[in-house]
Each structure stands twice: as C-alpha cells, then as structure tokens.
Design a protein around this ligand. Structure first.
Ligand SMILES: NC(=O)c1ccc[n+]([C@@H]2O[C@H](COP(=O)([O-])OP(=O)(O)OC[C@H]3O[C@@H](n4cnc5c(N)ncnc54)[C@H](OP(=O)(O)O)[C@@H]3O)[C@@H](O)[C@H]2O)c1
Length: 140
C-alpha cells in the first residue's frame, strides 16, 4: 500500500491555526488522473505554492490516448503536455528521470499553451497512475 502523504485543506487549516508562519509550500501528488483541485485551490487562495510529485503519474499518464493526441497536435511529447498542464495551473511539477535527454525534454514546456478546453479535459481524467492514500481515509 502506498503510504499516506498528503496535506489536504483540513490539515492545512489546523497547521495554519497553530503556526506563527504559515506553510509556504505544499508538496503533494498531482498528475493527470489525480488532479487534487480542491487542495490546489485552497493553497492558491492562501498563497501556498503547490509542488507536484509524480507529475507524470510515475509515467502511467504518458500512454493516455487524449494526452497522446494533444501532444501530437503541438509537436510535443506526452510528458511535456503533463508538465505544461501543471504549470498552467500555477503549480510546480517535480518530474524524475535518469535520462539526460528526458531532463532536457521536460524543461521545454514554455513554447506552447494548452487551450482552456484541453486543460479541462486533462483535468477530468481519472485513474492514471498511482494515487497516494488520503490520510483521513486510512485505517492506521
Ligand atoms: N514527497 C513525496 O512524498 C514524494 C513521493 C513520491 C515522489 N516524490 C518525488 O517526486 C519526484 C517525481 O516523482 P516520481 O518519480 O514518483 O514520478 P514521475 O516524475 O511522475 O515519473 C517518473 C517516471 O517517468 C519517467 N519519465 C520521466 N520523464 C520522462 C519523459 N520525458 N518521457 C518518458 N518517461 C519519462 C521516468 O523514467 P526514467 O527515469 O527512466 O526516465 C520514471 O519512470 C521524485 O523525484 C520523487 O523524489 C516525492
């Protein structure tokens, strides 16, 4: 079982109420198929930067037909579309790769822009890649 590593709004509320300095960054799992919209909206309303771990769904988002089609339209790769989808929401994706070529590829995401419709359809995808357990739903 994947361990529960998510600060959702209820956890952040408690943390902020008990802190002199509010959190500046919240690192959570976000990728197509696991959009975490509620937590992202909460963080952005409270000026907390969301860092997305597993922004490619640990590579599982890359074979999705919709993402592949959008990538082909822009002459980019599915990985670049996943990362661009994150950037356009104002979050900071943290992709991992052991290949230099992919590292370079993953930085080249500032020369195209997804439409609102493409952002929405990618955001509507579900069950691509692993999903971290939500702490409140885990029986420790
Ligand atoms: N805070 C936390 O609880 C937490 C939890 C999990 C992960 N993280 C961190 O988040 C970072 C990323 O997460 P992650 O590694 O789990 O998932 P990820 O970045 O979504 O996916 C990594 C996988 O995608 C492949 N990949 C990367 N770029 C690619 C590209 N351009 N084309 C095709 N495949 C590509 C990688 O393969 P290759 O390496 O073979 O290229 C690897 O298999 C890691 O550095 C990790 O430390 C944090």
């Amino acid at each position: 079982m994947r361990s529960p590593r998510q600060f959702t709004p209820n956890h952040l509320e408690e943390l902020i109420a008990d802190s002199k300095i509010k959190p500046m960054v919240n690192q959570i799992e976000v990728h197509p198929g696991w959009p975490q919209m509620e937590t992202i909206q909460y963080c952005q309303a409270h000026d907390i930067l969301v860092e997305a771990w597993a922004p490619l769904g640990e590579a599982a988002s890359l074979n999705n037909e919709i993402i592949v089609q959008i990538a082909a339209k822009y002459g980019h790769t599915p990985a670049q579309v996943c990362l661009r989808w994150g950037i356009q929401q104002g979050i900071l994706p943290l992709p991992k790769t052991v290949h230099q070529g992919r590292m370079e590829e993953n930085t080249k995401i500032f020369d195209f822009e997804l439409t609102d419709a493409e952002m929405a359809i990618i955001g509507s995808l579900r069950n691509l890649g692993g999903q971290c357990k939500v702490p409140d739903q885990v029986d420790f």
